[in-house]
Design a protein. Structure first.
Length: 94
C-alpha cells in the first residue's frame, strides 16, 4: 500500500505537478484546494505527510498547520510548507 501525501494548494497546476512527481515516486497524492478542503480530507482518512502552500483562500497554510497540530488524530502527521514565502520561523512554530 502506497503512503498517502496530502497536497494542499489553490493552484491546480501546482497540485497536478506535485501529484505527478509523488505518483512517479510510488506515493498516493491526495489533493485539496485550500486549508478547509484539506481538513475535510484529513477527516476522511489518514495521510502520512501534508504538503501545503501558505497563501490560500478560506484557510491559509499556517491555519491548516495549526489545526493539524491541534488535532489528536493528526498532531504527529509531518507537514511541510514551501521553502520560500512570507511566514516567519516564529509563525511556523506557533
Amino acid at each position: 500500500m502506497a503512503k498517502r501525501v496530502l497536497v494542499v494548494d489553490d493552484s491546480a497546476s501546482v497540485r497536478q505537478v506535485q501529484g505527478f512527481v509523488l505518483g512517479g515516486a510510488g506515493y498516493e497524492g491526495v489533493e485539496a484546494v485550500d486549508g478547509k478542503d484539506a481538513l475535510a480530507k484529513l477527516a476522511g482518512g489518514a495521510v502520512h505527510l501534508v504538503l501545503t502552500d501558505l497563501n490560500m483562500p478560506n484557510l491559509d497554510g499556517l491555519g491548516l498547520i495549526r489545526a493539524v497540530r491541534a488535532s489528536a488524530a493528526h498532531r504527529l502527521t509531518p507537514h511541510r510548507g514551501p521553502s520560500s514565502g512570507r511566514a516567519s520561523q516564529a509563525d511556523l512554530q506557533s
